[in-house]
Write a protein that binds this ligand. Structure first.
Ligand code: ZN
Ligand code: ZN
Length: 373
């Protein structure tokens, strides 16, 4: 039986470090893994070869024997010196062992330190607040150290013991597809400890729920759906790991007058038909109070009047959007007798006059004529 050189199998040099060997092995093991290569005897053979090479080269004693005597030094069939190598003949690999070695489990009593979770808080503000910017104080759920047990979770006078499931590491290994993942220990939830007499106040958690207030500064120009990140204001991490972040999701309430489109605002501007015909000055609303706007004579419904600089400031720069007023010519209602009289008179002197006074009607009549004649 002619076996390939183990270093060659892993594609590393004879002077490769343990780390380089491990990396090379991991890459090849994943490449040739049976789960990724179903019904592929060639890949399976490669996989076994890679496993065997790694088994030798990752063990200092076997590696030394191999370096000195070659295959004879580690193959039990050859009666070599190192011995103890069982081979992989049956195909019954324990990937768990291999992968847990790779990921460095069993570091013995080392506590896991998980970064705290990110939190999201949804906040509703008005359009005015969004345009100008606003400072808000919010109250969010938080945890603080239990003042009875001072964080140990054990009843005063007792102490916690090492978790029997994870041996104190706080994590267990679970197989998922071809990967072995470290997961938080289901028994101790990552603490690595087991508490026989839990503290009566926190029931062993070592922490109690509380609330904390956080000041949030909303920048001028923020838009609906944007988020503000408050770094480190999320849930605290365990064992000194950094806390998560707090995200404040900003929702802007719909406004009674304005609709926002990016930096611009839009509103409807109803004007009387007299102002529409003769022109005149009207007041229009803005986020900072009313401004005067000149309506030119002969203004029609649908005309868009721009009021520069009365939109919303950009959240990123000093740029400011515009306000667009969409003119609607309003038909008067509840007319008095006198108004009716005047309008009837107006109609009388308008009838039969040049259609140039009513360009829309003229164009409409022209179209009808084209259709029916
Ligand atoms: Zn407690
Ligand atoms: Zn545990």
């Amino acid at each position: 039986m002619s076996e390939r050189d183990f270093y060659e199998v892993l594609g590393v040099s004879r002077s490769a470090s343990d780390d380089e060997i491990k990396k090379a092995y991991r890459k090849l093991a994943m490449k040739y893994h049976p789960d990724r290569n179903p019904d592929n005897p060639e890949a399976e053979a490669k996989f076994k070869e890679v496993q065997k090479a790694y088994d030798i080269l990752s063990d200092a004693q076997k590696k030394a024997a191999y370096d000195q005597y070659g295959h004879a030094g580690v193959d039990p069939n050859m009666g070599g010196g190192a011995g103890g190598f069982g081979g992989f003949g049956g195909g019954a690999f324990d990937f768990g062992d291999i992968f847990s070695q790779m990921f460095g489990a069993g570091a013995g009593g080392r506590q896991p330190n998980f970064q705290g979770a990110d939190l999201q808080y949804s906040m509703e503000i008005s359009l005015e607040e969004a345009a100008r910017g606003v400072k808000k104080t919010i109250t969010i759920p938080a945890h603080e150290e239990c003042d009875i047990c001072h964080g140990s979770g054990a009843k005063p006078g007792t102490s916690a013991s090492v978790c029997g499931t994870c041996g104190g590491s706080g994590t267990v290994h679970v197989r998922q597809a071809i990967f072995h993942m470290q997961q938080t220990c289901p028994t101790c939830h990552g603490s690595g400890k087991q508490i026989k007499d839990p503290c009566v106040k926190c029931h062993g958690a070592g922490q109690v729920k509380t609330r904390k207030t956080v000041d949030v500064s909303i920048p001028a120009g923020i838009d609906d759906g944007q988020r503000i990140r408050l770094s480190g204001e999320g849930e605290p991490g365990s064992n000194g790991a950094p806390a998560g972040d707090l995200y404040v999701l900003v929702r802007v309430r719909p406004h009674g007058v304005f609709e926002r489109d990016g930096m611009d605002l839009h509103c409807e501007l109803p004007i009387s038909f007299t102002v529409a015909a003769l022109g005149g000055e009207v007041e229009v609303p803005t986020l900072e109070g009313r401004v005067k706007l000149n309506i030119p004579k002969e203004t029609q419904t649908g005309r868009r009047m721009r009021v520069r600089g009365k939109g919303v400031k950009s959240v990123r720069s000093a740029a400011v959007g515009d306000l667009y007023c969409h003119v609607v010519v309003e038909t008067p209602v509840n007319l008095t007798e006198r108004q009716k009289e005047l309008l009837e008179e107006f109609e009388k002197i308008s009838t039969g006059l040049d259609r140039a006074q009513t360009p829309r009607q003229k164009s409409f009549m022209d179209k009808l004529r084209d259709l029916f004649e």
